[in-house]
Design a protein around this ligand. Structure first.
Ligand code: MG
Length: 321
């Protein structure tokens, strides 16, 4: 099934699947992964890694923040930066008080959440570190808004409360725009072209690197990964996910497996790659065991369905008026 509804659900499930698979390789070197062998199903994260206390099939902060963003969109009938910032601040307190999830929070999000909780405005709270924290959670913006320029605008705003550097903002725009283009059924080149065009409104260097990732699609991962990098910086994670998307455009399962075995920020690379493929092909592109084994599968599905229903309802109403 490749219906629009399935693409909405697929996008958010894909995000959670890539995240839950990738957490097993978060912070692990590619050389170690090659020596040990690829992971291709759920398991525990290695001792000492941020997700070490999580269960098999449990996702990390990437998906948790994506769900917070989706819930804010649903509650507000659109994007309200203040509401989202309040929700993220509250979520941050919850995660800090949970010993099994405490270490998931990256330093940029952590600092921003501290500022938000101390009463600093969402316009000022964001970190200037160019990390990928806003790109990894942005999928619901691409789902909720129909018009690509609206997607761009709201992706920018969704980044600011925690990540206000122009690179992080550009990364959030890139992922959200690509998701909207994938939903709309654009082909590989169209998706990357449109993504780069709107990303370059915020940062040309990131747009150029995403464009370069398309050029690299005929090269094998071990040639490409040292060039693109796999760190938590948005310059690495986002072009890296686009590379896997472009290279394995017709093989979503393979793409996700390769992405989550890239090492480095493997959960975020996996999360973005999974979201892109789900938006393009719908739920059927993922093996059933990945869907069934995902923790909170029902919550992710129900939330994406609410996003689908609400965005379509608002679109219909806007056409009537
Ligand atoms: Mg994570």
């Amino acid at each position: 099934m490749k219906s629009e509804k399935s693409k909405y659900i697929g996008c958010m499930l894909g995000s959670a699947i890539g995240d839950a698979l990738g957490k097993q390789n978060e912070g692990v070197n590619r050389e170690v992964i090659l020596k040990r062998g690829y992971i291709n199903d759920y398991g525990r994260a290695p001792e000492g890694s941020p997700g070490e206390a999580l269960r098999e099939g449990q996702y990390t902060d990437d998906t948790e923040q994506m769900l917070v963003l989706a819930q804010s969109l649903i509650a507000c009938n659109g994007f309200d930066a203040k509401d989202f910032a309040n929700r993220i601040a509250k979520w941050g307190l919850d995660i800090r008080n949970d010993p099994s999830r405490r270490r998931l929070l990256g330093p940029s999000s952590s600092q921003a959440i501290e500022k938000l909780n101390s009463g600093i405005s969402w316009k000022e709270s964001g970190s200037d570190v160019p990390s990928c924290g806003s790109a990894m959670r942005v999928a619901p913006i691409g789902l909720f808004f129909n018009d690509i320029h609206e997607v761009e605008k709201k992706a920018v705003l969704s980044s600011i409360p925690t990540h206000k550097s122009k690179s992080s903002v550009a990364g959030a725009v890139a992922v959200a725009v690509a998701i909207r283009c994938a939903l709309d059924g654009c082909d590989r080149v169209e998706i990357i072209k449109k993504t780069c065009e709107l990303t370059s409104n915020h940062e040309i260097a990131l747009a150029n690197k995403i464009e370069y990732s398309l050029e690299l699609r005929n090269e094998v991962p071990d040639t490409v990964l040292p060039q693109l990098g796999t760190s938590f910086y948005v310059y690495d994670t986002v072009p890296c996910a686009f590379y896997f998307f472009s290279r394995y455009f017709e093989e979503p399962r393979r793409a996700v497996i390769e992405a989550v075995n890239a090492g480095g920020d493997a959960d975020s690379i996996g999360c973005i790659t999974g979201a892109l493929f789900g938006a393009l092909y719908g739920t059927d592109c993922f093996p059933k065991k990945w869907i069934d084994g995902l923790e909170n599968k029902q919550l992710v599905e129900d939330t994406s369905l609410l996003i689908y229903e609400k965005s379509h309802f608002l679109l219909l109403n806007s056409k009537r008026t």
